[in-house]
Design a protein around this ligand. Structure first.
Ligand code: ADP
Ligand code: MG
Length: 266
């Protein structure tokens, strides 16, 4: 009887402390503690470890939700044979997230379809998994949001938002011409993160043409100065991965066609 009421009190404590996973697993853990002859310490550890695991899983899910990653891409499913220009050991080093500790930026440069966004998403996922606040956006979205913020008088709040995450990914710089004011928004985002937190930028334009992309060579130079000061530049080239199947189909077609052409000669 007394034991039953102690048990109820324990459940009550767990509920008050919002340790719901521990509460849910309490009967099973107590049973296994008796069955396995666990010490009180070992049983408590087992119970609380369940709660810790569940809390970490919830936090990770929250970080991934906040990160707003556009695809399920991971660094593990990046095919190195298809990307000979990328040093696998460099990518493995970046996957450790150590670059975040020194606020190093990463520039992914290359033509469309070579895996820039794939790598950026993979890096962002690693950062979120390692416990870092991470946010993925495109240059166009960032520009549009800053534009709205300026109109609605939320400029400072928006700048604080972009300063917040330990890793900010800015995808697709240079794909669309940016309005003039976007250059200064981008510059401010880069400046306020400079030497504090990392940016991963993907672009189809070499840094030489950023003046053109941003419509202002002075701002572009000042921005590149900060971005590149502590940075890793990865140049991805080669065939578009998107068009690979298409090319393979064409090759097959060509082979078949050549085959048919040859057949009558034999
Ligand atoms: P980019 O951003 O350079 O235009 P993406 O990263 O969007 O290219 O790549 C286009 C598609 O091809 C995506 O579905 C991506 O996952 C895939 N892809 C590109 N390169 C690779 C690679 N080396 N290994 C695996 N998938 C790749
Ligand atoms: Mg892309």
């Amino acid at each position: 009887m007394a034991q039953a009421s102690v048990y109820q009190q324990l459940r009550g404590h767990l509920a008050t402390l919002r340790l719901h996973d521990a509460a849910e697993h309490l009967p099973a853990v107590l049973d296994s503690a008796v069955a396995e002859g666990l010490s009180v310490t070992a049983a408590l550890e087992r119970l609380l470890a369940l709660e810790v695991d569940a809390t970490e899983a919830r936090r990770l899910a929250g970080r991934l939700r906040f990160a707003s990653l556009p695809t399920p891409a991971t660094l593990e499913d990046f095919d190195h044979d298809a990307a000979p220009g990328v040093d696998p050991s460099l990518l493995a080093e970046l996957a450790t997230c150590r670059y975040l500790e020194s606020a190093t930026n990463i520039l992914l440069v290359g033509p469309p379809g070579v895996g820039k966004t794939h790598v950026a998403v993979g890096l962002a996922r690693k950062a979120a998994e390692a416990g870092y606040r991470t946010y993925f956006t495109t240059a166009a979205d960032l520009a549009a949001r800053c534009h709205r913020a300026a109109i609605e008088g939320r400029w400072a709040t928006t700048m604080r938002f972009y300063a917040g995450p330990t890793l900010l990914v800015i995808d697709e710089l240079g794909y669309l011409p940016l309005p003039a004011e976007a250059a200064s928004a981008l510059f401010q985002v880069v400046s306020q993160r400079y030497l504090k937190t990392s940016i991963v930028i993907t672009t189809n334009r070499g840094v030489g043409s950023w003046g053109e992309v941003l419509g202002d060579t002075t701002v572009a130079a000042a921005m590149l100065d900060r971005l590149l000061h502590r940075s890793v530049v990865l140049t991805l080239d080669g065939d578009s991965y998107r068009l690979r199947d298409h090319h393979a189909r064409n090759d097959n077609l060509r082979r078949t066609t050549t085959g048919t052409n040859r057949a009558p000669l034999r």
